[in-house]
Design a protein around this ligand. Structure first.
Ligand code: IVH
Length: 684
């Protein structure tokens, strides 16, 4: 067959050939998306992926009639809808009965065994994701429709929004074994780091932030404009194969394993066990590791594994009789605001903080919660003395969800943002929803923050200069701007708390060493707004020397890939501010050497090429994805399991079982400091 596809240019190509090319590209892209989003083991660089994706996009633009709904290009969102259409679920989407204590769980197991008339039952145990349940319909391996739970019988068609979820397969792998029609149920959620990131973006724009990741995920799923959903990196975990047109597997555990084979993200960790006591253990283990998980869970789900036994046990009107949610204690509590104070950050941003009557929330006592900015305080209308509901998500700073009105209460006056900095009394200016102290380095709060950042691991990396020492140096006026760090005298250091002769000499030696510093680290250390470690590297690569960068105008900065108008303007402003120029000039005078970037910053340099890394435990200076990104930029691979192929295991705070595996296999273990050295090419 020969076809003509476009009006203005005529293609005479065999459609089969084009279709073949399109299909080949789609299969390759799907494979790499699976490795990246589900396995976390990419085999190609982001750049190579982008090239593949662009080739597909170009070909589809030429042949729009050959675009299929399961193409990887169909994740970007479509024009907004007026409203969602209602859909009837294939089967009612039930909820779960829940238990809060172990007695209720044992009673459940007792009932199950009694009704089945058996001694022991196999259960599947899964985390209970705190998100929103959705129904996904696949026909011949292609995602055709997705819906919210709604009232359990009817939901809303959110197919286009669901398509934007990168880890949701649009076209299944291993289709030969896949049923002609399958209905799958899963939970859509937002990872904690993406939640924080989203809230940061929203508050910066003066929009209302979300109280928790679940609400944020719900907000994204309910968007009528799927292009907005596409900007919110939702994730999904699929835990149920509900209806299948073929014979289904005999157990839940095996069905979920089949989902994984077909390319679905599935609950992790999960376990199959022979007794309810193992469920107690799993609950305990997840409870303890909960704060280290990158997403929110609110308990575990216990499911009778055999489908025939599930059928025997049957269901109630809204929940099955063969499953139970064993919840964790709540993370929301009620307490009272004692006072609202304003803290001043490194950039001068003023953040209102609520000081609370201490309250235990999910096992941790909290006495402070962030109120983000002044607009947020008025929107929530919280005032000193008010009773409020506080919530804690993972390690995220606790948040005030809402005020709880108390009948007959007398309230204090509303909070008013200060017009002078509470630390240095300089004038306060407003930029969007954020108030800033104009004091810059005159403001001790800003100077402390700036100094902490300047000496931190990713910047000058001066050991022995912790938060407390920095505070003393600033409070005693031993440091008035960043350049003073290099001229500290021994008797000054000795006058600080916690220093003796040896530690003082060590600190001064570390400072002397840091007089010679790479351009990239120095630039990052200056703490220019929007210039994090990645941007600092891009700028250092591009300009090669501090002098070149200082001379750059915002127009030329904005030409550089990855440098937008906000960064350009922040950099230009920083290097035109006389106070900053004076500090830099003084540093030059006292022979601080900012190395030129050429050679060292050769973009093709891949010092970690062929090296496999595994990360375990929390890192101070990076988020996990950041660490992964930095390693991959230098050619290394980050995998999730320790094996003989692993070259390094990076052990952060509270490392998991991967550390033991590394020790067993004799794999080299790196501390976070050693990782930093490694990233700077300083480790053999
Ligand atoms: S099974 C018929 N498994 O919890 C049984 N649910 O409170 C269907 N959820 O509506 C549910 N993680 O949205 C199941 N691993 C998991 C889950 C899970 C989260 C949610 C789901 C359900 C709610 C019940």
């Amino acid at each position: 067959m020969w076809v003509t596809f476009m009006n203005d240019s005529i293609f005479h190509e065999p459609v089969e050939e084009i279709q073949g090319q399109l299909e080949e590209l789609r299969v390759r892209i799907r494979h790499h998306e699976y490795l990246y989003y589900i396995k976390s083991q990419p085999e190609i660089s982001d750049g190579e992926y982008d090239t593949l994706f662009r080739s597909l996009l170009d070909l589809e633009t030429k042949f729009p009639k050959l675009v299929t709904p399961d193409s990887p290009t169909q994740r970007v969102g479509a024009p907004p809808l007026d409203q969602f259409t209602k859909v009837l679920h294939d089967r009612p989407m039930q909820s779960l009965d829940s238990a809060l204590g172990s007695e209720e769980v044992r009673a459940f197991d007792k009932r199950v065994r009694r009704e089945l008339e058996v001694e022991s039952v196999q259960y599947t145990l899964e985390p209970k994701y705190d998100g929103l349940s959705v129904e996904l319909v696949y026909e011949h391996g292609v995602f055709v429709r997705g819906a919210t739970r709604g009232d359990g019988l009817t939901g809303e068609d959110i197919t286009t929004n669901l398509r934007t979820i990168r880890s949701l397969p649009l076209h299944l792998m291993g289709c030969e074994s896949f049923p002609a029609r399958a209905v799958i149920r899963g939970e859509v959620y937002l990872r904690l780091e993406n939640f924080q990131d989203l809230n940061r973006r929203l508050t910066e724009r003066g929009e209302e932030s979300f109280a928790n990741p679940r609400n944020a995920a719900a907000g994204a799923l309910r968007q009528l404009d799927s292009r907005v959903t596409a900007t919110r990196p939702l994730a999904i975990s699929c835990y149920d194969l509900m209806v299948s047109s073929e014979e289904i597997l005999p157990t839940h555990y095996e069905s979920v394993s089949a989902l994984a084979v077909w390319g679905f993200p599935i609950p992790s960790p999960r376990r199959r066990c022979d007794s309810i006591e193992e469920a107690m253990l799993f609950h305990q283990e997840l409870w303890e590791s909960r704060d280290r998980l990158p997403f929110e869970i609110d308990g575990i789900v216990i499911k009778v594994d055999r489908y025939d036994w599930q059928r025997t046990l049957g269901e109630k009107s809204r929940s099955p009789r063969w499953a139970l949610a064993f919840k964790f204690p709540a993370r929301k509590e009620i307490t009272r605001i004692r006072q609202i104070v304003v803290s001043v950050g490194r950039t001068g941003a003023l953040t209102p903080i609520a000081l609370l009557d201490p309250v235990e929330v999910g096992g941790v006592t909290i006495s402070r919660a962030t109120l983000h900015n002044a607009d947020e305080v008025s929107r929530k209308d919280v005032r000193p003395g008010d009773t409020v509901k506080v919530e804690r998500a993972g390690d995220v700073i606790p948040d005030i969800v809402e005020r709880v009105p108390v009948p007959g209460e007398t309230r204090s006056d509303p909070f008013v943002a200060p017009d002078h900095c509470p630390v240095c009394q300089s004038a306060v200016i407003r930029e969007g929803p954020i108030f800033y102290c104009t004091g810059q380095t005159v403001c001790p709060a800003q100077l402390k923050g700036a100094l902490e950042h300047f000496v931190s691991k990713g910047a000058l990396n001066i050991e022995g200069l912790g938060k407390k020492t920095v505070a003393q140096l600033v409070d005693r006026a031993l440091i008035k701007d960043l350049s003073d760090i290099y001229t500290l005298a021994k008797d000054q250091v000795l006058s600080l708390e916690g220093f003796a002769d040896k530690s003082a000499s060590q600190l001064l030696e570390a400072i002397a060493c840091a007089k010679q510093v790479s351009f990239e680290r120095f630039l990052f250390g200056l703490g220019i707004r929007h210039v994090g470690s990645h941007v600092a590297r891009v700028l250092a690569n591009h300009f090669g020397s501090l002098e070149n960068l200082m001379a750059a105008k915002r127009e030329s900065l904005a030409q550089i890939a990855e440098i937008g108008p906000e960064i350009s303007s922040a950099v230009e402003t920083f290097f035109t501010e006389p106070r900053n120029l004076a500090v830099l000039a003084r540093m030059k005078e006292i022979s601080v050497q900012v190395e030129e970037a050429e050679g060292k910053l050769d973009k093709t340099r891949k010092p970690l090429e062929g090296k496999n890394f595994v990360l375990t435990g929390g890192l101070d200076g990076f988020t996990r994805p950041e660490a992964k990104h930095r390693i991959e930029q230098l050619g290394g691979h980050v995998t999730s399991n320790v094996s003989e192929q692993t070259d390094y295991v990076v052990a952060g705070k509270d490392p998991g079982s991967k550390l033991n595996q590394a020790i067993r296999l004799g794999v080299k273990i790196l501390s976070e400091d050693e990782l930093v050295q490694c990233l700077h090419g300083d480790l053999a």
